[in-house]
Design a protein. Structure first.
Length: 215
């Protein structure tokens, strides 16, 4: 019924989360999306941003994916359904309430090919010893990327989590005032870490997406 009504007017319910404040789960034109107070979190414009980034990589030799920032799990849906990726995904999400939403509202749950871990991405990357073929970083609190994820410490540890020839997609932000931080992260991967084919792609005139391939 909600899906049918959504073609006439949006059907929305609100739910509180421990890290992201008030979140909205809405049916709009037959599609369910997850929003924070000021931004789309999953299954809307954000999903399209990450899909455009995935198109710039090659999944042919990707056997393991690390996702930092689960949200409602829209990028997992994209990988599975749009890009036919059938191998393992390891997802990290700090907000247990968001994990519950992903499970109950969007059918994203632990399985043989999906591990969801409730922990802070910064701490996880700091302690991590596993390497992945594709790492997707999408770490927002409402419209902001927490400053620690722009740090050289995080970027250096992030690089260690990538196999040689692995791809990195890093959603760097939607606020033009963050241009200095975006430039610093780009320079760090492009110069200090010497990734190849490193580029920052502007998508929808709002999101800056770092796309890089590790040597």
């Amino acid at each position: 019924m909600k899906k049918l009504l959504s073609y006439i007017y949006p059907v929305t319910k609100k739910t509180a989360s421990s890290h992201n404040g008030m979140l909205e789960i809405s049916w709009i034109n037959g599609k369910k999306i997850l929003d924070s107070e000021n931004a789309n979190y999953s299954y809307g414009s954000l999903q399209r941003v990450l899909e455009k980034g995935i198109k710039l990589t090659s999944l042919t030799n990707v056997n393991t994916v690390l996702l930092l920032g689960l949200g409602g799990g829209s990028v997992i849906k994209s990988l599975r359904e749009k890009f036919n990726y059938k191998k393992h995904i390891h997802a990290i999400e700090i907000d247990n309430d968001v994990i519950t939403i992903a499970k109950n509202e969007f059918n994203i749950d632990n399985s043989e090919l999906l591990t969801i871990e409730n922990t802070d991405a910064f701490t996880f990357i700091e302690k991590n010893t596993t390497q992945y073929d594709l790492v997707i970083v999408d770490l927002f609190i409402d419209t902001e990327v927490p400053p620690k994820f722009y740090s050289k410490t995080f970027c250096k540890n992030l690089s260690k989590a990538l196999n040689n020839n692995a791809f990195l997609l890093f959603n760097l932000g939607i606020d033009i005032d963050k241009s200095i931080q975006i430039d610093e992260v780009f320079s760090f991967f492009n110069d200090s870490l010497k990734f190849r084919d490193t580029q920052v792609v502007k998508i929808n005139k709002t999101n800056s997406l770092l796309v890089a391939n590790k040597k």
